[in-house]
Design a protein around this ligand. Structure first.
Ligand SMILES: C[S@@+](CC[C@H](N)C(=O)[O-])C[C@H]1O[C@@H](n2cnc3c(N)ncnc32)[C@H](O)[C@@H]1O
Length: 332
């Protein structure tokens, strides 16, 4: 017999056996699976989405697709989060976003130029002395003949100045707009200081921009009664991180199985701060199961989704090992 569950007024309820079972990791699109989470059941949903930085699992997304994905996922969270519960999003601003429509304004990088003679100077000298050959122009300018040739033929350009420009996209405003439209209220935000990411060193050395070394943790609240229990953390934990706006812990440096997993410490802190034992914790971009591992270790129920079958397989393996107490966080 099909039991009907009436949890969300005005919404067509699913037969109860169609809701996903708790303590499960599911392979599929978050947008489809979120419609199968029992309404008002999740205390904290914590996730880190694709960042639109060219990882393999997001390579087919346009910027519009990416925005639509996040906007839809956020809207689908509102019915499933408990009144008084939280949606927590870990994300960084998008720094590496090639945008061909941007003006190509980047300056010459004078510190990497071997010879300070510019193309403009060579052309001016050639204009003034049209009869001089390259060797004579070089003598006049006090540089090598090779420099004269390179400047005249444009083959010494080192990328930056003429390459497609990189757009900086501040994502906080987008996330705020989408969460408010869904019915949530901004509640808190923290900065997670990880370690400098030198991978984008060209970005760093061809401009005055900083190296990327922190991300945000945005917290949104669904209106309702929120239990504030100061005994969830020790006095030391409150003063070291519970009440602090900036969190310091390293990111995961080896990406043997996943390109962009976060460390267990991140969901662990969020779970300890914002949920009680046995609460249900959701991660709809669960990757290799880091949030589920943290939930198990903190005595919470969990549910996780990911589009990539290999990640879900690894997530299940990790959770199994942690449940058996075989490994601390069961990283490969
Ligand atoms: C930043 S990673 C999350 C990593 C995870 N926090 C961990 O520690 O393993 C984003 C994940 O979203 C998944 N993903 C991308 N699009 C998705 C979608 N539409 N539905 C579900 N998962 C998706 C990717 O496969 C990837 O594992």
């Amino acid at each position: 017999m099909v039991t009907r569950v009436m949890d969300a007024p005005g919404e067509q309820p699913l037969p109860s056996e169609d809701y996903l079972a708790e303590n499960g990791l599911y392979c599929g699109d978050a947008r489809a699976l979120l419609t199968r989470v029992r309404p008002n059941s999740v205390s904290v949903s914590i996730w880190s989405p694709p960042y639109f930085v060219g990882k393999s699992y997001e390579k087919d997304l346009s910027f519009d697709d990416w925005q639509k994905l996040l906007e839809t996922v956020i809207a689908l969270h509102f019915p499933v989060i408990k009144p008084g519960g939280f949606l927590v999003i870990n994300i960084a601003d998008i720094l590496a976003f090639p945008d061909p429509t941007m003006p190509r304004v980047q300056a010459d990088n004078v510190s990497t130029k071997k010879c300070p003679i510019s193309r403009g100077q060579v052309l001016a000298a050639k204009n003034e002395h049209p009869d001089l050959n390259r060797y004579q122009l070089a003598k006049l300018l006090g540089c090598s003949e090779q420099t004269v040739q390179r400047r005249m033929e444009h083959n010494n350009v080192r990328g930056g100045k003429y390459a497609t420009q990189t757009r900086v996209k501040l994502v906080g405003g987008l996330i705020e707009a989408w969460t408010i439209a869904a019915g949530f209220y901004p509640y808190d935000r923290r900065a997670w200081v990880k370690d400098p990411c030198w991978e984008n060193s060209q970005w760093h050395s061809l401009s005055y921009r900083s190296v990327d070394e922190f991300e945000y943790i945005y917290v949104f609240w669904k209106p309702g009664i929120t239990c504030v229990d100061r005994s969830r953390l020790t006095q030391q934990e409150w003063s070291e991180w519970g009440s602090r706006g900036v969190w310091y812990f390293p990111s995961v440096r080896s990406h043997a199985v996943h390109e962009a997993e976060f460390p267990v410490e991140l969901p662990k802190r969020v779970i300890r701060l914002l949920s009680a034992p046995n609460d249900l914790i959701l991660d709809c971009f669960v990757g290799i199961g880091t949030t589920a591992v943290a939930a198990i270790k903190e005595g919470r129920r969990y549910m996780g989704f990911d589009l990539t079958p290999e990640y879900i397989a690894e997530a299940r393996r990790r959770c199994f090992k942690v449940q058996l107490g075989l490994l601390d966080d069961a990283r490969p």
